[in-house]
Design a protein around this ligand. Structure first.
Ligand code: HEM
Length: 422
């Protein structure tokens, strides 16, 4: 079967090296695949799948002005990985980024890496690990970010290219950060409607980078806790509350321009069209929360649990009246009016990583927020929450990272980080 031929039950092709070569060379077959099959599978609704209702098996376009996975309608599952760059050689790092980009193009279109998982070269390990064979693209998005460590003096010659906005996050009251779950030189956020597709993507990127980068920490997530599509049903977090009601919508171009995308004027040039990502692993003391009365839970959040309506209002989408909430309610403290207009696009996921050895669930919120500048976004909001939020009795921030997320990959010649390294 040729590389661009699809199995009748799936959009993910089975690949045979001999068949590909038989079609007149791998390059030719690959070109045809990119132009035909992949394009046909791309989700409707713009360059990064922002359409509110998307076919959960479809593909999201990889190329565009912005990276997909930010404004894109939130997928059901997450595999997030932070990498340490272990090579000291700039050329080797660039080579990995180029290979990653080509692999990401293929995987987001529902294709196997390289020559696939079942090439006829039985003597060599296959290019692709194979667990996504037969699975649909599942709206997989792969979003890369560069952490502060990459810009350190004496590493890759990038010390003059570090954006001012890529700050080292300050310590916040109550933080109990585990360094093994924090930081990282490079991150990749893989989101998909099928967890196996997301895990396959991270696994194959890690494999490509073997010997040059190593996974520092990673996080699986489920049950998206923030919707970026206002008309969809708002998901609930592990505390049982609707989460993401008042979020920046992926279709709200005005708000995205104002609060999420870095503009050419913000500097540096290589970040124009990009964004800054803050990731926080927030552990929830679920058992304590579950013993708290409904009234207290609602007082803490500032919304009712059933409908999700703000206090004093009856519908979820009603405009919050902050004064109707307790002064230290979460929503009151996090609202833009309490933070000089600060806003971010939240895109977090729930996690449950087994138990902690004391019979308690190791569960919580893997908080992901994209913004134009963390100094006007996450930092002031978290400073206020960390000091006053009554929710703090039930949560603890245990992991933290910040990344500069570059703009989108323009076409098949472009690669992740090209403008940073040029
Ligand atoms: C485990 C920790 C957290 C939980 C359980 C939680 C839960 C919630 C819930 C239930 C809402 C109301 C629904 C909504 O409008 O989305 C909300 C709103 C919000 N949260 Fe959180 N949140 C957590 C952490 C954070 C953090 C760390 C930040 C930022 C630093 C944050 C920022 C916001 C913002 C900006 C809103 C919207 C406020 C508005 O405009 O009305 N949250 N959160």
């Amino acid at each position: 079967m040729a590389d661009d031929q699809l199995d009748e039950n799936t959009e993910r092709p089975a690949t045979s090296r001999r068949a590909v070569l038989g079609w007149g060379g791998a390059g030719l077959a690959l070109g045809a695949a990119t132009a035909g099959g992949a394009a046909a599978a791309v989700a409707s609704g713009g360059d990064s799948g922002t359409a509110p209702v998307a076919d959960s098996g479809a593909a999201v376009a990889f190329h565009g002005a912005h990276q997909a996975g930010i404004a894109t309608a939130v997928q059901d599952r997450l595999h997030f990985a932070a990498f340490d760059v272990t090579t000291e050689d700039r050329a080797e790092l660039i080579a990995v980024l180029k290979k990653w980009t080509r692999a990401a193009e293929r995987m987001t279109a529902g294709r196997s890496v390289g020559e696939g998982a079942v090439s006829e070269l039985a003597e060599a390990p296959p290019d692709d690990t194979g667990e996504a064979l037969g699975l649909k693209p599942s709206r997989l998005t792969l979003t890369i970010g560069f952490g502060p460590g990459l810009f350190e003096k004496g590493r890759f010659g990038l010390e003059d290219r570090r954006p001012e906005a890529l700050i080292d996050l300050p310590a916040f009251p109550g933080d109990n950060l585990d360094k093994n779950r924090s930081g990282g030189d490079i991150c990749v956020q893989a989101c998909a409607d099928d967890p196996q597709v997301a895990v396959h993507a991270i696994r194959n990127l890690a494999r490509i980078a073997f010997g040059k980068m190593a996974v520092r920490w990673s996080q699986l997530g489920f049950g998206k806790t923030s919707s970026t599509t206002p008309d969809a049903q708002t998901p609930r977090n592990m505390m049982g509350f609707k989460d993401g009601t008042r979020n920046i919508a992926g279709t709200d171009k005005k708000a995205l321009t104002k609060h999420v995308w870095v503009s050419g004027k913000d500097g540096p040039g290589w970040m124009a069209g990009g964004s800054y990502l803050v990731a926080r692993r927030i552990r929830m003391h679920i058992e304590t929360w579950d013993r708290t009365s409904l009234k207290e839970q609602e007082d803490i959040i500032g919304r009712d649990k059933g409908e999700g309506a703000p206090f004093g209002k009856s519908k979820e989408r009603d405009e919050p009246n902050l004064k109707a909430m307790l002064p230290d309610a979460h929503v009151r403290l996090a609202h833009p009016d309490s933070n000089s207009g600060a806003q971010m696009l939240r895109r977090g996921y729930s996690f449950t990583d087994g138990t902690d050895g004391l019979g308690r669930l190791d569960a919580g919120l893997f908080f992901l927020a994209y913004q134009r500048d963390v100094r006007d976004g996450f930092v002031p909001v978290q400073q206020s929450l960390a000091r006053k939020d009554t929710l703090n009795e039930y949560i603890q921030h245990v992991g933290s990272a910040i990344f500069a997320v570059p703009p989108g990959v323009r076409d098949t010649r472009d690669w992740w980080g090209r403008e940073l390294f040029s």
